[in-house]
Design a protein. Structure first.
Length: 317
């Protein structure tokens, strides 16, 4: 692909999205090494047919334990970005192509390169490659470390609880102790009492109160993460008329956020919006900003026969 005298030669480079020559990812299959291929000065009458990420020095395809995508799944792409490399000052009009690499194999460290194939006007195939290691900014080393699996011990718990005449509302919030973000929360069906911000994951009509014979009612709502501070109220009833509870603020930023409602059974306060239908989600799943996964288990108990207020309690473990 040589140019006429006085024109720049074609060039091809490979770097991470931050301009690094190396990156570190978790072997969770979610975190991606984000690579930027830049090429320029391809003769205008040539057609770029293919751009492919390969193994450095061997010119071979990547092992089948690696997945290459053209789509960014939104997780952060570098764990320990310390020093930014010097920018590559290109001339002309460079063109960038993005590639996203992920793996589930810990220790599958690899150094990658890029090859570009183009066709001349006569149909001849020509190749630009950085795989010999002699091209400036042509190789990227990817280090793969074991994935993290989070449990309740990895979470900070905070919250508050208050009574409002006929019902109590507890605000439960969990964040990662390492300061990382909680990006995705789920593990439960979201088709019950979903208002677009939170949905019902557990409700109960518990044992009868020892004096009144009325039943204990509870409800747990799980908020969708990273919607900032959300003001929310809930439905309850002390008879035939359904009302709205007081509206409270719930911080969903980088957190697992729940609202736990308790009814006062000697006043027969229904806080279970499904009335006589009880549901329960025992496991709340989540992911951090690097795609590592975690699990928070939810179980429900009651205060025993001496719990005359009829609270239904929940444990997180």
């Amino acid at each position: 692909m040589s140019q006429a005298a006085g024109f720049d030669e074609p060039s091809l480079t490979l770097r991470t999205d931050f301009g690094y020559s190396g990156t570190t990812i978790y072997a969770n299959g979610n975190m991606q090494a984000k690579l930027v291929v830049t090429y320029e000065n391809i003769p205008s009458d040539y057609t770029v047919d293919n751009i492919e990420i390969k193994q450095a020095y061997t010119y071979s395809n990547l092992p089948n334990t690696w997945e290459v995508s053209s789509f960014d799944n939104g997780f952060d792409s570098n764990i320990n970005a310390q020093t930014r490399s010097m920018p590559n000052h290109n001339t002309g009009s460079p063109t960038n192509s993005l590639f996203y690499l992920s793996t589930k194999n810990s220790g599958a460290d690899i150094t990658v390169c890029v090859e570009l194939t183009a066709s001349s006007p006569q149909g001849d195939k020509e190749t630009l490659s950085t795989c010999d290691g002699g091209t400036n900014n042509g190789l990227v080393g990817i280090t793969v470390v074991p994935e993290l699996n989070y449990g309740v011990a990895d979470l900070n718990r905070s919250g508050s609880r208050a009574w409002y005449d006929n019902y109590a509302i507890a605000n439960e919030r969990f964040t990662l102790i390492n300061g990382r973000q909680i990006r995705d929360v789920g593990g439960c069906s979201d088709d019950k009492q979903n208002n677009g911000q939170r949905y019902l994951i557990s409700s109960t009509n518990g044992p009868a109160h020892p004096d009144s014979g009325n039943h204990k009612f509870s409800a747990v709502y799980l908020f969708k993460p990273n919607n900032g501070v959300v003001n929310s109220h809930f439905r309850y009833s002390t008879g035939y008329v359904w009302k709205d509870t007081t509206s409270l603020s719930f911080n969903t930023t980088n957190a697992i956020t729940l609202a736990v409602l308790h009814g006062q059974d000697n006043l027969k306060t229904y806080v279970n919006p499904l009335i006589n239908w009880a549901i329960h989600c025992p496991n709340i799943t989540f992911q951090d900003n690097y795609g590592n996964e975690g699990n928070l288990s939810l179980s429900r108990t009651n205060g025993g026969p001496n719990d005359r207020w009829g609270n239904v309690y929940y444990d997180f473990h």
